[in-house]
Design a protein around this ligand. Structure first.
Ligand code: AP5
Ligand code: ZN
Length: 214
């Protein structure tokens, strides 16, 4: 199963990807997570990417296309993959098509998640992540048992640099301008499966499964 999770910042792509990994036993490829790891390690790519990410802009296509091309060629992607946060521009979608054709593979479904912008803002401003294991929480919708401490590993929870309100507004504008055109791109290719992202995490997951298995 080769899947793309498409949707605006905070819609729940990462949350849903984690459940799909368990269900299908295929890896999640999150360009955001890969870039944040590079920033943390201060690799040359990470140092370059940080400037864009902190301001809410997209990292240049050439950088992220290279990351995904390399990742898709790895053995654990053979049974399938879940792309989360990629592609984000028409140029990235075109490049992905070329890379997959070279691997004699294709996309099965593009799951397009949506919620209203007020909900996106609430989800993003309340998101917290574990510095140690990466688990994602929400102060209201998915709180940790002990405030500021990860249930899974005891690590400290932090707020992402780009989850400040001003940067969120910029990310939402960038999404509308550069990523939303992919909805019609994939609808035209008959790959689009639209899912309402409002509701419980399990409810959204059930709707995704109904769309891809139905
Ligand atoms: P990236 O990390 O991809 O961020 P994003 O797309 O903005 O998405 P998010 O991670 O913010 O949200 P999500 O949809 O995964 O939501 P989540 O599940 O966490 O990208 C970050 C930056 O990296 C970009 O701005 C760019 O600079 C760069 N980048 C990455 N990919 C790139 C690319 N391809 N090209 C160029 N640049 C790239 O959920 C959010 C919150 O809501 C959580 O707290 C969660 O607990 C909660 N929640 C989830 N589901 C529900 C629910 N059903 N009900 C209530 N709360 C919920
Ligand atoms: Zn943790």
């Amino acid at each position: 199963m080769n899947l793309i999770l498409l949707g605006p910042p905070g819609v729940g792509k990462g949350t849903q990807a984690k459940l799909l990994i368990e269900k299908f036993g295929i890896p999640q490829i999150s360009t955001g997570d890969i870039l944040r790891a590079a920033v943390k390690e201060q690799t040359p790519m990470g140092v370059e990417a940080k400037r864009y990410m902190d301001s809410g802009a997209l990292v240049p296509d050439s950088v992220v296309i290279g990351i995904v091309e390399e990742r898709l060629a790895q053995a654990d992607c053979a049974p399938g993959f879940i792309l989360d946060g990629f592609p984000r521009t028409v140029a990235q979608a075109d490049a992905l098509k070329g890379v997959l054709a070279g691997l004699k593979r294709g996309i099965d479904h593009v799951i397009s998640l949506s919620v209203d912008s007020q909900e996106l803002l609430t989800r993003l401003t309340g998101r917290r992540a574990c510095a140690k294991c990466g688990a994602v929480y929400h102060v209201k919708f998915a709180p940790a048992k002990l405030e500021g401490i990860c249930d899974a590993c005891g690590g400290a929870l932090f707020q992402r640099e780009d989850d400040k309100e001003e940067t969120i507004m910029k990310r939402l504008t960038v999404y509308e301008e550069q990523t939303a055109p992919l909805i019609s791109y994939y609808r035209d290719a008959s790959l689009l499966r639209s899912v309402n992202g409002l509701g419980t995490v399990d409810g959204v997951q059930a709707e995704i499964l109904a769309q891809i298995q139905g």
